[in-house]
Design a protein around this ligand. Structure first.
Ligand SMILES: Nc1ncnc2c1ncn2[C@@H]1O[C@H](COP(=O)(O)OP(=O)(O)OP(=O)(O)O)[C@@H](O)[C@H]1O
Length: 472
């Protein structure tokens, strides 16, 4: 089995400590062996011992056990003491095999019962999983990130999708590299979250990573409480105070992510899920497929879905920083308090222009009863210049977010009915996009820019979209 380097990195982050200890043990073993060799064979063997320890230390630093094997092969060539070295090579080889088999032996199906499908993304499928051993957290969400080359059971690509993929006009290896870029990115960001953020009440937690021929399986915390807007529209009415509690949770999550230099880059209500259905459930930020770690990952700029939450700097310069997440939060807050997005226009082009100009208003009737503190906060979050927006930490000190100036009275019932229809339209669009996503990919990264530009929907893709609407 060949692990993709980043899946290996993710696995390594989980098991790194054990590996380091076992490497240390091996180095000590080698040194002991070298000393015994010295006692048995005399001065010449000293060189071997010294080099052994040196290479062992390098191995610990670079975490790459193959070094040991290479070293022994090399020393075999320069040193005549075949008897010792042959044994050493064997030890190293056996150890290396054991190291590989640790990955090989980790099978998802050994540890988890994979149950029903919770949802699908463009390159992923999320299923409920139940841990077989009862002493650990029982029910989880298993997100399988697929590569275009592989189709896990239940993810067979339909004919439309297959045609769509072909219609991209890209060679197979390029299609694979796009899905791999997303897969790799999500794993790298999740690895960073495990190291620097988790456990956090408002950021999804990763429990484990498995790799097999179907792709990479991320074992995630299960969020069974539903999406943010779904829960909100299930109430007849709600207050500013309740909306502030939602904003506070998202801001807490963003604050932790930004401190770890992670920018979410795709913050929207469908990426905020409640942990459970209880009234005081935590809200979790998730889906880090497009996220970036500053100075570490190569940002992927994808225009898969709606531009409703995309900041002006992301649209104009593809420059996305922590402040861009704050813009997205401003859009979410605007929708929470009015039921419709701040930048609506008949065409995408006009919408884009309005976003770039920061052209929104509070003229609708529903804004009349909203507190000036809430409007002030939205205006700050939707400032066109990123540096003028409050940071997540600043937001957490704002009187409206704290709850001091947020009104406790129930808002106009029209807000909920507008939010209901906005949410329904959004879901329809999301389903349609998921349907064509495999076939219509608009990605721009430093590396992938040359692979794809934007293109109009081809007849096959339109057919696929029509078929999906038909099914719905
Ligand atoms: N941890 C989780 N617990 C419960 N449901 C989840 C969890 N993660 C994802 N889901 C469900 O699975 C669906 C697909 O999620 P996923 O993150 O794979 O893709 P997406 O964000 O919808 O799309 P894309 O991958 O294209 O951005 C989500 O809409 C959500 O309903």
């Amino acid at each position: 089995m060949v692990l993709p380097s980043d899946a290996e990195a993710a696995v390594e982050s989980k098991f790194g400590k054990n590996q380091r200890l076992s490497t240390l043990f091996i180095v000590l073993l080698y040194s002991l062996f070298g000393m015994l060799s010295y006692l048995a064979f005399g001065d010449d063997t000293c060189n071997i011992i010294t080099t052994n320890v040196g290479i062992g230390l390098v191995t610990i630093l670079v975490q790459f056990e193959l070094c040991i094997n290479l070293f022994f092969t090399f020393s075999m060539m320069i040193n005549p003491m075949y008897e010792i070295l042959a044994v050493q090579v064997c030890v190293a080889f056996v150890h290396h095999l054991g190291y590989m088999s640790r990955y090989e032996s980790r099978k998802l199906s050994d540890d988890y019962e994979v149950a029903d499908i919770l949802g699908r993304g463009g390159f992923s499928i999320v299923r409920r999983g139940v841990r077989k051993s009862s002493d650990e957290k029982n029910v989880v969400a298993i997100k399988t990130l697929r590569r275009l080359g592989f189709m896990p059971p239940g993810m067979q690509r339909n004919q439309g999708e297959q045609k769509g993929l072909a219609s991209l006009g890209l060679p197979a290896w390029k299609q694979v590299s796009i899905s791999d870029a997303l897969l790799t990115n999500e794993i790298l960001v999740m690895k960073r979250i495990v190291e620097k953020v988790s456990p956090h009440p408002n950021v999804i937690n990763l429990y484990d990573v498995y790799e097999d021929a179907n792709g990479v399986h991320l074992v995630l915390e299960l969020c069974s409480g539903g999406e943010l807007f779904d829960r909100i529209v299930s109430h007849d009415r709600y207050s500013e105070f309740e909306a502030a509690a939602v904003v506070r949770q998202i801001a807490e999550g963003l604050s932790a992510l930004h401190k770890a230099n992670i920018v979410h880059r795709d913050l929207k209500p469908e990426n905020c899920l409640f942990l459970d259905s209880g009234p005081n459930s935590g809200l979790k930020i998730m889906d880090f497929g497009l996220s970036s770690v500053e100075d570490f990952t190569d940002p992927i700029v994808a225009l898969f879905g709606s531009i409703d939450y995309v900041s002006p700097e992301a649209l104009s310069r593809h420059q996305v920083t922590a402040a861009s997440d704050m813009w997205s939060l401003g859009v979410i807050l605007y929708i929470l308090l009015s039921g419709c997005p701040p930048f609506h226009a008949p065409t995408n082009r006009e919408k884009q222009q309005r976003i770039l100009a920061g052209d929104f208003n509070f003229e609708d009737q529903t804004w009349k009863t909203i507190s000036s503190s809430a409007k002030d906060l939205i205006s700050r979050l939707l400032a066109v210049e990123p540096y003028k927006r409050p940071t997540a930490d600043e937001l957490l000190k704002h009187p409206w977010v704290i709850g001091d100036s947020a009104k406790q009275d129930l808002m106009d019932a029209e807000v909920v009915s507008k939010l209901q229809s906005f949410n329904a339209r959004r879901k329809l669009r999301a389903a349609a996009i998921a349907s064509v996503l495999s076939s219509r990919v608009m990605l721009r990264t430093k590396k992938l820019k040359s692979l794809l530009g934007s293109h109009d929907l081809t007849p096959e893709e339109l057919e696929n979209l029509r078929a999906h609407f038909g099914r719905m």
